[in-house]
Design a protein around this ligand. Structure first.
Ligand SMILES: [Zn+2]
Length: 172
């Protein structure tokens, strides 16, 4: 893997292109008012993040520990049984090196997105998050990682309370 793409095919649409109406542009105002409940399982998970804790749900039917947690096991068709505290660490099960932003503009530096299997949960139970503090060419499937938390007083009970995961530095 020594070849690196330096010139991408196609033409990027710039903000100036949009402003000058080089492309069809439609503006409209929506009036979307709604309330959304995170639910029992996700609510507890999000509150845990505020305390730098990861929580899963155990199912006695299939012996799995589910994360993100749910109150109902989709495999057994029965309620899950209890909460289980997980480590804020895990391993990379899949990842992507993204060279474009969500608005399709190109990034000068790639961003790393990965699914982390969380330690203490069942195999392949994990969360999607950012990988940081590692160059793309060093990322490997199975790489041990740990959460990097937002500082105390800045966490709000959101998945972004974890800034990113990075290669494991803690001794075990
Ligand atoms: Zn189950």
């Amino acid at each position: 893997m020594s070849s690196k793409i330096s010139v991408y095919p196609g033409v990027e649409i710039t903000t100036e292109d949009v402003r000058s109406q080089k492309y069809l542009l439609t503006k409209y105002q929506t009036g979307l008012n709604y309330a959304w409940s995170s639910g029992v399982a996700m609510g507890r998970f999000l509150r845990g993040l505020k305390e730098k804790e990861l929580w899963g749900r155990e199912c006695d039917g299939c012996q799995r520990i589910l994360v993100p947690p749910r109150m109902y096991c989709e495999s057994c068709y029965r309620p899950t049984d209890r909460w289980s505290r997980l480590r804020d660490a895990g391993k990379v099960v899949t990842y992507s090196i993204a060279h474009v932003n969500s608005d399709a503009s190109r990034r000068s530096e790639p961003i790393l997105l990965a699914v982390m299997e969380i330690e203490g949960a069942s195999p392949l139970m994990g969360i999607l998050h950012l990988l940081g503090e590692v160059p793309p060419e060093k990322v490997r499937i199975g790489m041990k990682v740990e959460a990097v938390w937002r500082p105390d007083g800045e966490r709000t009970g959101a998945i972004t309370d974890i800034l990113h995961f990075r290669p494991m530095t803690r001794s075990r």
